[in-house]
Write a protein that binds this ligand. Structure first.
Ligand SMILES: [Mn+2]
Length: 371
């Protein structure tokens, strides 16, 4: 990431808190937010990022110190190596800068950790105020550089799906669900990915009616195969679901629900553009599935935002009144699940545009049969 992008993000956040709270100092704890602002990504690293009127500070422990230094380029952030209690180091910097008022991110850290620091500040006469998800509203809209990364992540994901579909029937049925998951992951890691964006859901037959099933130690047999997976690429996530048929025969019920899900998914894609509310998009799709008689079989929301995190705002559900805007990246993933038979889900990732949406996947959604 260019330093200018990072500086701009910090500036935007600062402007926002100054105009809303009339405070220029903020402490950020969430790893993904710190990455967004500083280009340092320490997952579960217990770091903190302090923005003040004149200077910015990144607090990291020994384990992350070198990475933090290397990630900075010539960004003007002072990296502070803390030993033991991070709060003492934060307090010291606040005192050095004569700061007496501070905003603290309240999502992400535990109540216990928050209270500890709050008490310490109080004892030193520093006022603090909690702020929920201060960086979220900026991360909602993906900048061009982020869109390019996500587009590439999805391209790799498309290729991995083609790779699996190119396998012969005999090879597929020689794999366990868990091993097919590894095959996908290996392909993705060989193509530029650095990891998986979540634990892959590879679900054969009746396993596929559990939306968040994980791949298990069982051989893939004739019938339905649902694959929901994604790659980590440049620290951004992809997310795709395709459901394919294995073997010569296709169960007629499963074929029927496949058709309904694919029509519902297409409907959502057609309505997805700037200006529509998240809940409207969900309702349009849900109503379609309900009309076909499967209301109770589509029990999850239509989709979610995706970016640095696999699941992040905006939430595409029945309740969210948020209006979709150009540059948001969301999934559209309706499904129909029938206990003891199986489930079909089809998921794409799209960038919301002014007059429609840009689908980041090209993988076919026609019925694919491997036999
Ligand atoms: Mn998803």
């Amino acid at each position: 990431m260019e330093n200018s992008i990072s500086s701009k993000r910090i500036k935007n956040l600062k402007n926002e808190i100054e105009s809303s709270f009339n405070i220029s100092n903020i402490l950020i704890f969430k790893d993904e937010d710190i990455f967004y602002l500083t280009n340092f990504y320490g997952k579960n690293s217990n770091s903190a990022f302090l923005i003040t009127e004149n200077k910015n500070y990144l607090f990291v422990n020994f384990i992350y110190f070198e990475e933090a230094k290397n990630s900075q380029g010539d960004l003007n952030i002072e990296i502070i190596l803390y030993k033991g209690d991070k709060n003492k180091y934060i307090l010291e910097v606040l005192k050095e800068n004569s700061i007496n008022e501070l905003l603290m991110q309240s999502n992400f850290i535990s109540y216990y950790d928050y209270a500890q620091l709050e008490n310490l500040l109080k004892e030193s006469g520093i006022k603090s105020k909690s702020i929920n998800n201060p960086v979220g509203k900026f991360r909602l809209i993906k900048e061009k550089s982020e869109q390019d990364i996500l587009r590439m992540a999805c391209k790799l994901t498309d290729e991995s799906f083609s790779y699996i579909c190119s396998k012969k029937y005999e090879e597929i049925i020689s794999l366990k669900e868990s091993v097919l998951a590894i095959e996908l992951e290996k392909f993705l890691l060989n193509s530029g990915g650095t990891g998986k964006s979540f634990d892959f859901i590879i679900a054969n037959n009746s396993n596929s009616s559990k939306p968040h099933y994980s791949a298990q130690y069982n051989y893939i047999k004739d019938g339905l195969l649902l694959m929901d997976y994604g790659v980590l690429y440049n620290n951004y996530c992809s997310d795709i679901t395709r459901t394919v048929f294995i073997g010569k025969k296709i169960n007629s019920k499963l074929k029927e629900i496949y058709k309904i899900v694919s029509e519902a998914q297409l409907l959502a894609l057609n309505y997805c553009k700037e200006g529509i509310k998240a809940c409207e998009l969900d309702k349009i799709t849900r109503n379609y599935i309900s009309e076909k008689g499967y209301k109770e079989n589509f029990g999850h929301s239509l989709g979610h935002g995706v970016g640095i995190e696999i699941h992040e705002p905006p939430w595409i559900n029945e309740k969210n009144e948020e209006v979709l805007r150009e540059g948001m990246v969301i999934t559209i993933e309706p499904g129909i699940y029938i206990e003891n038979l199986g489930g079909v889900r089809i998921e794409d990732m799209v960038i919301v545009r002014k007059n429609g949406c840009e689908n980041l996947y090209k993988s076919s959604k026609e019925i694919i049969q491997i036999y």
